[in-house]
Design a protein around this ligand. Structure first.
Ligand SMILES: [Zn+2]
Ligand SMILES: [Zn+2]
Length: 71
C-alpha cells in the first residue's frame, strides 16, 4: 500500500480538522485514532472496548487484528 508522505493537506494542518467528516475549527475536540492515526471529531468517534476510534472498522482492526487486504 502506498504510504508515502502526504504532507499536502488542502484543508489545513493535520490535526486541525476531522479527517473523517472534514469538520474544521479550533473548538473541535479532535482525537487521534490509535489504529489509523487519523484525527476525528466528537461526532465521528466510535467507542469500542474503552478506546475511541475514528470508525468501527478501526476498532475491529485494533482488537481483532488486521488482515492485510489489498483492495
Ligand atoms: Zn468528524
Ligand atoms: Zn481510524
Amino acid at each position: 500500500m502506498p504510504w508515502d508522505e502526504e504532507e499536502k493537506q488542502p484543508k489545513g494542518e493535520k490535526g486541525e480538522y476531522c479527517e473523517i467528516c472534514g469538520a474544521k475549527g479550533k473548538w473541535l475536540n479532535l482525537q487521534k485514532c490509535p489504529m489509523c492515526h487519523k484525527y476525528f471529531c466528537d461526532s465521528c468517534q466510535y467507542l469500542y472496548g474503552g478506546k475511541i476510534f475514528c470508525s468501527d472498522f478501526c476498532a475491529q482492526e485494533f482488537f481483532w487484528g488486521a488482515d492485510e487486504e489489498d483492495e
